[in-house]
Design a protein around this ligand. Structure first.
Ligand code: PFF
Length: 492
């Protein structure tokens, strides 16, 4: 405990330290920037569209509250308690708490997941660059559904164009992070976040005027639980991890710069509320436009790149507004991408004592290279690759699948580590909260979140038709294997 207090006092006395956010509220801004991205504007609306709207949103909101927020608190706590990048921070926390070295997995797996996600995130954000250009130039105005849909196919079939956009997006991301946490990340966020919010409001108002607002609200807020398949539940859980940027070290890396005075609970709840509100606003805007044009909601990933441009194409001022909307998408993706660069770049700086620009270039360059796998998955490697032979999937599908496993796994490990392995003193010193809330949160991170996530996890991995019995048993056994030894230890 004394180490933690000494650590925090040190940071309090060093507010001009380059390794702490300039203002108390900057962590919130940065974490919201990380959370709000393609997950809110692209993934959330299409998943809701595919899974029955309101029913999906209900499960998603429950997961955010019972699993997402407790793990978000835990991940931020790890960052602030260690004051280092996730890999090095975990090392320190493990030795300070006499924990098993296997917990280092949290740092390493998080960094690996961040590396992989950024590689394909950048490619998809690149599509938005293409569409903002198409919209502003008016070349889609009045275009038919066939033209717009084949235009998307043509984009995916052009490796040169995809590499160009991927390079631009990655270049800008590493430029911002390379400029440092104050000059680059903080200044960038302070300008981009309000601008993004204003653009979103403009698009929502435009959608409400030009589209069918009541159909959108009806679709998003009518809870028909029978509309939701088991896959819908899984999607909702995966989405809650992705959208809150959990389990990848991004939040831990930002938490390392967090003011020692801020409340972890209040900050985490604010992040989750703002993130969910923005996803809902994006859903309202997109579905108003889509239904207003008599189009379908369940279009899958093409919702934003095919259906939405089609909706804009027929509307007055649609080219301009569509262009603005895609700028919003690019900006939101950028504020998320920079949070993916930080954990790995931070590790390079601490471990190899290299300069920030070098570390960031190394991370960005590696991600750019890996991103080529995603680029080629849509064209020259859309079939006939080794991953097709082995798994029947493209390299991009394999990378995405890997991260879909790593995110919840990382989240569960964070919950279990903070719940069972960190000393009570360290947790109390960071939480600075009432005994009642501390106990409630501990029940959530020790039992509820790990059981829920492990259950869903096993249900996805076990073959179809396994039912609920085995996943439930597996989840209970795993959580008990942490709880029981702990019980004995505390009675010593
Ligand atoms: N939360 C981001 C989104 O919703 O688009 C994606 C993301 C960013 C995931 C950062 C993970 C991460 F570490």
């Amino acid at each position: 405990m004394s180490a933690v207090i000494a650590n925090n006092t040190y940071w309090m006395n060093n507010m001009s330290n380059p390794k702490i956010w300039t203002h108390k509220g900057t962590f919130l801004l940065a974490a919201v920037g990380s959370a709000v991205g393609l997950g809110n504007l692209w993934r959330f609306p299409y998943l809701a569209g595919e899974n029955g709207g309101g029913a999906f949103i209900l499960v998603y909101a429950l997961t955010i509250a019972a699993v997402g927020i407790p793990i978000l608190i835990a991940e931020t706590l790890l960052g602030r308690a260690s004051r280092k990048s996730p890999i090095m921070g975990m090392k320190d926390l493990i030795s300070a708490n006499n924990s098993h070295p296997a917990w280092k997995t949290i740092g390493w797996m998080g960094a690996l997941a961040a590396f992989i996600i950024l590689s394909f995130y950048s490619v998809i954000a690149g599509w938005a660059i293409h569409y903002s250009g198409l919209m502003f130039s008016g070349s889609l105005s009045g275009a038919s559904a066939e033209v717009i849909s084949s235009g998307f196919d043509e984009l995916l079939a052009s490796p040169g164009l995809l590499v160009l956009y991927h390079s631009i997006f990655m270049g800008v991301s590493i430029l911002i992070v390379g400029m440092g946490i104050h000059k680059g990340i903080e200044n960038g966020l302070r300008f981009m976040m309000p601008a993004l919010f204003i653009i979103l409001m403009v698009v929502v108002i435009y959608g409400a005027i030009e589209g069918d607002l009541s159909a959108a609200l009806n679709f998003l807020f009518t809870f028909n639980i029978e509309d939701l398949s088991l896959e819908g539940w899984l999607d909702a859980m995966g989405q809650s991890f992705f959208t809150l940027s959990l389990g990848m070290g991004a939040i831990m890396a930002y938490g390392a710069y967090m003011s020692p005075e801020s409340s972890l609970t209040r900050t985490a709840i604010s992040i989750a509320i703002v993130d969910t509100l923005i996803a809902l606003l994006a859903g309202v805007a997109i579905f108003s436009l889509v239904f207003g044009q008599g189009l379908e909601a369940g279009q899958g990933p093409g919702l934003m790149f095919v259906t939405l441009p089609l909706a804009f194409a027929d509307l007055p001022g649609g080219g301009m507004l569509g262009g603005v909307f895609f700028v919003l998408v690019i900006g939101a993706a950028l504020t998320s991408a920079i949070s993916l660069v930080e954990p790995v770049a931070g590790y390079f700086i601490e471990q190899f004592k290299i300069s920030r620009p070098k570390a960031v270039a190394l991370m960005g360059g590696g991600c750019w290279l890996l991103g080529l796998l995603t680029v080629f998955s849509f064209n020259i490697w859309s079939s006939g690759t080794i991953t097709h032979d082995l798994f029947g999937k493209s390299p991009f599908d394999v990378l995405e699948f890997m991260t879909n496993i790593m995110m919840p796994l990382g989240g569960v490990l964070i919950a279990l580590f903070v719940g069972w392995s960190l000393s009570r003193d360290m947790v109390k010193a960071q939480m600075m909260t009432t005994a009642i809330w501390l106990s409630c949160w501990q029940v959530l991170v020790r039992y509820i979140a790990p059981t829920a996530v492990t259950f869903v996890f096993l249900r996805t991995l076990l073959p179809e038709g396994t039912g609920y019995y085995l996943p439930t048993l597996g989840a209970v056994v795993i959580v008990a294997s942490f709880a029981i030894p702990h019980k004995f230890r505390s009675q010593d």
